[in-house]
Design a protein around this ligand. Structure first.
Ligand SMILES: O=P(O)(O)OC[C@H]1O[C@H](O[C@H]2O[C@H](CO)[C@@H](O)[C@H](O)[C@H]2O)[C@H](O)[C@@H](O)[C@@H]1O
Length: 278
């Protein structure tokens, strides 16, 4: 699944809009029951300057809860699992954090994908180095998750960015067991193993016995890391991705492996309601 050329990618502007062309969504579902996999930032909430301010509204929470009562629903986020669990605040969902490395099932069952292992020591050491180098840079934020560390530069000035990048390069040289992934104004350092949101979704489907011909897995997400999940769902009959695309995606001619698009978190909620038959 790492060979991206094996998958279909299209410019976001050429991907059908899921609400304007809901008949196409219905055709893609082919009568199967949707199983929902939801990203958090940029999907359930808008992107805001500081991670702690990306709070789900009560209305959005009520909609997600209703939809999750009707359809199997998991949140698969880059955030730390307890963090995204608290932000979503709905019992009974499946939560995967740290980009799918850390999973909790509704009955309190905790699952760590077999590839996870114990990365605490390495990540602790890397986090300390990142704080040392990045804390003096105005606007830089270091966000520790159980299996990943985010180095945010959204609030770093253009003048300071080269310094920020230099620190990262230096730190990364000392941690060859970690890999860098890019996100929205963020670099994520994670265990350098072949695991991502896409693998997590396929693994969850097996674990939850959703890998059945009558179930269509749908992943809704906005970021580059969500493309792993969109690609993974191209391998599952009836499965597909929905990209939440910003005007910037058109401007930069972003290519996506998603089959459909919506424009913002408001439209995500509308689509979820339609998928749940509301
Ligand atoms: O997989 P997700 O649930 O979408 O999480 C991806 C990252 O989201 C957060 O950072 C992003 O959103 C912030 C709030 O809108 C924004 O300030 C930041 O610039 C974005 O990169 C989160 O803080 C990260 O831990 C997640 O990995």
């Amino acid at each position: 699944m790492s060979d991206e050329t094996a998958f279909t990618h299209k410019p976001v502007s050429e991907v059908p809009h899921a609400l304007s062309d809901f008949d196409a969504v219905r055709r893609a579902l082919g009568g199967r029951k949707p199983a929902l996999f939801l990203d958090y930032d940029g999907t359930l909430t808008g992107i805001v300057p500081r991670p702690e301010d990306a709070v789900l509204t009560d209305d959005a929470r009520a909609i997600v809860k209703r939809v999750a009562d009707a359809l199997p629903t998991a949140v698969v986020s880059g955030r730390d699992r307890p963090d995204v669990e608290a932000l979503v605040g709905i019992d009974g969902l499946i939560y995967a954090g740290s980009h799918g490395f850390d999973v909790e099932l509704p009955e309190g069952g905790h699952l760590e994908p077999p590839v996870a292992g114990d990365w605490t020591e390495t990540l602790d050491a890397c986090e300390a180095r990142l704080h040392e180098g990045l804390d003096p840079i105005k606007g830089a934020l270091v966000e520790r998750k159980k299996f990943s560390i985010a180095a945010h530069y959204r609030l770093v000035s253009d003048a300071d960015y080269p310094k920020f990048r230099e620190v990262l390069d230096r730190v990364e040289e000392s941690f060859p067991d970690l890999k860098e992934k890019t996100g929205k104004k963020v670099f994520e350092l994670q265990p350098n193993i072949d695991w991502h949101k896409g693998k997590c979704v396929l693994w969850l489907m097996r674990a939850l016995k959703l890998d059945r011909p009558d179930v269509a897995p749908i992943f809704l997400g906005d970021d580059v890391t969500d493309e792993d999940a969109f690609r993974a769902l191209q391998t599952v009959g009836g499965g597909f991705g929905v990209v939440v695309s910003e005007p910037e995606d058109d401007a930069t001619d972003r290519r996506t492996a998603a089959a459909f698009r919506v424009s913002d978190p408001k439209e995500v909620l509308m689509l979820l309601q339609r998928l749940a038959g509301e």
